[in-house]
Ligand binder design. Structure first.
Ligand SMILES: O=C[C@H](O)[C@H](O)[C@H](O)COP(=O)(O)O
Length: 151
């Protein structure tokens, strides 16, 4: 898979993330502090990574900042993106399964090396649910991308 990865900080866990994705056979597209000369502001680099998912340059993205909050907020402003801030494997599994999330947001502060592996295992093992209610919810979220927030 082509995975865009962004981080506003050059932290060891962000480096481990890139290595882990490459070990799993993914093509990594680095942004922010992970790419020399790139803008490392979380609002800028996480949006850039998310935009690559929306325009089809990447299949998925992983966006990181210290808390994961700013990265997830910025990514979710991109139409077509469903970013999920995951602090454990159960949340990552649910994000893929129920929310059809296409961007994983991580906290550099909270994500230890073992937790990173657990989260990535769950994220890549998970497939979107085919349950009708789950699909309706995701379809409803897609409408938000086009400004339709009516009930
Ligand atoms: O949501 C924002 C992120 O947690 C940032 O990584 C955080 O604001 C970084 O702050 P600073 O650059 O002041 O350490």
């Amino acid at each position: 898979m082509r995975i865009s990865v962004s981080s506003d900080m050059d932290e060891p866990v962000a480096r481990s993330l890139v290595a882990a994705l490459r070990d799993r056979g993914h093509e990594v597209r680095p942004h922010g502090a992970l790419r020399p000369g790139d803008d490392p502001q979380w609002a800028v680099c996480s949006q850039a990574a998310a935009r690559e998912v929306a325009d089809g340059t990447a299949d998925q993205a992983v966006v990181c900042c210290w808390t994961g909050t700013g990265a997830s907020i910025a990514a979710n402003k991109v139409p077509g993106v469903r970013a999920a801030l995951c602090t454990d494997a159960y949340t990552a599994d649910g994000a893929r399964r129920w929310n059809d999330a296409n961007v994983l947001a991580l906290s550099l502060r909270l994500t230890s090396e073992p937790l990173l592996k657990e989260i990535l295992d769950a994220w890549f093992a998970g497939a979107p649910s085919t349950d009708a209610e789950d699909r309706q919810n995701v379809d409803r979220v897609r409408l938000f991308d086009h400004g339709n927030t009516r009930r």
